[in-house]
Design a protein around this ligand. Structure first.
Ligand code: SF4
Length: 452
């Protein structure tokens, strides 16, 4: 159990409710008992068993109140959790210092009534994944990559989840038949070299279930790397076992992207989980989401990135919060992200600086957003600035050494200008291979069709 955080700050002991009920883990992995056991607390041996953690997740407002009696006078969360399910592993609940929204772990794990307040520009699927789904359960957006929805289950349902519309609404996993259809699609599209296993959280699957997916995808010769997107090292580090690592090693190259948002999540357990994966030869990246009141101060992201690199996890992306229903209270201004990036540059090595991206609405994909380092340009010099504000003239190569220069074509279609005052919200390239495929294959796809 965790008693200290990586930052040296004292962490409280896991809160123990008045009545202790110990439940056996389910015999075959992560199937959720229904109803879930009431009280998530057990002996240290059970505590370290990931199946026990799964079986004893906090799933209902009643269980939440028994764990945090100080919430008794708050709102009734029943309608909220029936719309957006709740699950919190006892481990992750033990990281909560105070049961109020000032605590970052509390905010990320415990439902808040603000989730029901949605401005009209939000949507359940702002990234339009459902429309880029030529096979149910597989998103094909970029030419060389595809994403497989392996399960709709997570050990902890993050309140800021971008797939809130599916995560936990039914706890299911991909069927053999669906996996076969996906493998056939990959076979027919050899330009796909990189397959991301996502969900839900694929590491909540039993090891044999996950192995079935990895081995089938590995059989497609054109697939070069397989990536797993998971928050398990953060919210259920007990799941990273020797057995799991041994299985993963058989299917290398496997990369894992995890999802730490706050330095308080860097505990002895979670860092050990990362180290076990790194020792198994898995390159680790981290994808954080910029969340208001949680990690939207530059110093917090700096501490997080330092801690990640120290544990062999490369900060990969810092995401602007998506325009998804139920998460508006977490959204910051874009300018906040740019300020953070401005702060990090020069203070941290490039290795520790993530790329700040907006995953664009309308299925536009990830767009990097940076402070402006290019001040101005002439044919002979480019003026750059560094993080201190120093301006440097960078001399361009002489024309005679450059060969013929292609003249830029005149702009023929107006467009971006109209977006500045809101007359137009999207410009789509009509000749895009992806959009053509989308029109042909999945005019009205449904993400939840991907699992059975
Ligand atoms: S683990 Fe990932 S998919 Fe699951 S709720 Fe959290 S962000 Fe969503």
């Amino acid at each position: 159990m965790i008693m200290t955080s990586d930052s040296g700050e004292a962490a409280p002991k896991p809160m123990r409710p008045a009545e202790i009920v110990e439940d056996e883990p389910p015999p075959s992995g992560c199937t959720l008992p229904s109803p879930a056991p009431a009280i998530p607390i057990g002996s240290p041996k059970k505590w370290d068993d990931w199946r026990w953690q799964m079986a004893n997740r906090i799933r209902s407002p009643q269980q939440l109140l028994r764990f945090f009696p100080e919430l008794r006078n708050g709102s009734d969360l029943t309608p909220l959790v029936s719309k957006y399910p709740m699950a919190i592993t006892p481990y992750y609940a033990s990281l909560i210092h105070e049961a109020n929204p000032g605590d970052p772990i509390f905010q990320m794990a415990v439902p808040q009534m603000q989730e029901l307040i949605d401005p009209p520009f939000l949507s359940p699927d702002p990234l339009e994944e459902c429309h880029d789904m030529p096979v149910p359960g597989m998103v094909h957006r970029y030419p060389d990559r595809a994403l497989v929805i392996a399960t709709t289950m997570c050990s902890t349902y993050c309140r800021h989840c971008t797939r809130k519309r599916v995560a936990g609404t039914r706890e299911t996993s991909i069927s053999k038949r669906r996996l076969e259809q996906i493998a056939e699609y990959l076979q027919q599209h050899p330009q796909i070299h990189d397959v991301i296993i996502s969900g839900g959280d694929p590491l909540t699957l039993r090891t044999d279930q996950l192995e079935m997916i990895l081995s089938r995808i590995r059989q497609v010769p054109s697939v070069q790397i397989i990536r797993i997107g998971t928050r398990v090292p953060v919210v259920l580090p007990q799941r990273i076992t020797e057995n799991l690592c041994r299985m993963i090693q058989k299917y290398h190259p496997i990369w894992i992207n995890t999802h730490f948002n706050h330095p308080r999540e860097l505990t002895p357990e979670s860092t050990q989980a990362c180290q076990m994966l790194a020792n198994a030869g898995v390159p680790l990246g981290n994808q954080s989401v910029l969340l208001k009141g949680i990690n939207d101060r530059p110093q917090i992201i700096e501490e997080l990135c330092r801690g990640l690199v120290r544990n062999r996890v490369r900060p990969y992306y810092l995401y602007q919060c998506d325009l998804v229903r139920g998460v508006e209270h977490f959204r910051t201004r874009l300018s906040r992200g740019i300020e953070i990036m401005e702060y990090l540059r020069g203070r941290l090595s490039g290795l520790a600086i993530p790329l700040f991206v907006v995953d664009a609405p309308h299925g536009g994909g990830k767009i990097p957003v940076l402070p402006t380092y290019l001040v101005t340009q002439s044919p002979t010099h480019t003026v750059l600035r560094n993080y201190e504000g120093m301006l440097i003239a960078y001399p361009e190569p002489h024309e005679e050494t450059m060969g013929p220069v292609e003249e830029p074509k005149p702009e023929s279609s107006p467009g971006v200008w109209e977006m500045l005052d809101g007359q137009n919200s999207v410009i789509r390239p009509e000749q895009s291979v992806r959009l053509t495929r989308r029109r042909q294959c999945c005019p009205a796809g449904n993400l939840s069709e991907g699992v059975e």
